[in-house]
Design a protein around this ligand. Sequence first.
Ligand code: ARG
Length: 550
Amino acid sequence: MACGFRRSIACQLSRVLALPPESLIKSISAVPVSKKEEVADFQLSVDSLLEDNNHKSQVDTQDQARRLAEKAVLQQVTEDGCKYGLKSELFSDLPKKRIVVEFSSPNIAKKFHVGHLRSTIIGNFIANLKEALGHQVTRINYIGDWGMQFGLLGTGFQLFGYEEKLQTNPLQHLFDVYVQVNKEATDDKNVTKLAHEFFHRLEMGDTQALSLWQRFRDLSIEEYTQIYKRLGIYFDEYSGESFYREKSQDVLKLLDSKGLLQKTAEGNVVVDLSGTGDLSSVCTVMRSDGTSLYATRDLAAAIHRMDKYNFDTMIYVADKGQRRHFQQVFQMLKIMGYDWAERCQHVPFGIVKGMKTRRGGVTFLEDVLNEVQSRMLQNMASIKTTKQLENPQETAERVGLAAVIIQDFRGTLLSDYQFSWDRVFQSRGDTGVFLQYTHARLCSLEETFGCGYLNDSNVACLQEPQSVSILQHLLRFDEVLYLSSQDLQPKHIVSYLLTLSHLAAVAHKTLQVKDSPPDVAGARLHLFKAVRSVLANGMKLLGITPVCRM
Ligand code: ARG
């Protein structure tokens, strides 16, 4: 079909209303299944558009639109494949942009908290969605590989580090050292002093200090890369804070040349953000010993990325605790005269409470992944229907990840939520396990019947309310993508996919393929194929790999 549903409806309406179709397209939306009674499939949100016309023509138009849309939707799903919904008129006037998405950004040595898992999956989703919409996306992992914590870590390693432990289990060992040295530093001011000195040596480029740091970094990144591989996530650029060591000094010079730096009584150097010059609101950009801070490096990174990528939008995915930090960074960029500061956006998210493994507190992403996998394997073993799987480990990991991602994406990103292993793994109800289960079931239906009946398919056979609901729901996919693209919240897609799966479960029970006349069987098979395809598309956008067996 050359033109989409909304355009066909808009064309028809435009004749009745004597308005150009373009002005009508965005007012037309598919009626959600939950609200649908025996009325039209599409609704016009601006009622007044129809006010002047008599009731009859309205009904005619809606009726025509309904038949047109339902007939076409399956064909469109097949034709557009993984682009279904993305080719919609809703996106046709969308300018293609250069978008930088910075996400994950764990801190080497500092405790890995669940926030990094959230940043990782949310950032991946945003990057996937933007890319699917045709934008040019650059994925950056801004590793926390610099800063005072390396002063502490370097000092700590010299005091109680072990070479063999560093080799065999770097993240764990560095973390243990970091915990210990932090404890010492609170009681012993001398340790704090040593840490400051170590970081100062790093900042000044001392080769010995740098080579120790380099090893910490290399070993940690190696481990992280393995983990991202398990998650199916990649980055175009790994550039940590350390990369901006020298560039931070350049930024400080630049700030100075613009007359924006002031010294506090303690000797720290700050930028005044109050706008009144009374230093009631400041951001520290240099310590009294000349070393840079988190904010200084973020300034340098933003400027460097603008030079390198000339982005239209840059999105930072980081927990809501960093809101003030990003506000300050963006404001400083503005004060420095960079009007592109407005293109920078922080996407904040809330805290996950109660994510504990059986071993105790979660410390590393890997522990979470292993826990997800082992719990899922156990779950699968207890389900009688579990088929003989070629690679149960891999399936468990995929289903488990789907479970974690859906639990995380169901609500508004900004809200905190209570993590519950039991809720995550329910196979019924609104979980990722249910989505994977539905997908696998539809796969096996296709396997059973192959493409046997598809040639006989006659869409006119899909008259049962269950089929109509599904067709109706499939019509809405583009609107849901549109919503998520507007507010960057995955929840719209999640609830859409859950509804789709519930509809599919009902249809699976009531709409037999086996023993039906060929044209009915073909039409039903076609319908189920379309559901599976849209389900898979949506899951992939969310960062989930659909499984065909479980
Ligand atoms: N590494 C930081 C942390 O874990 C997050 C980095 C966020 N991004 C940024 N450009 N500051 O707290």
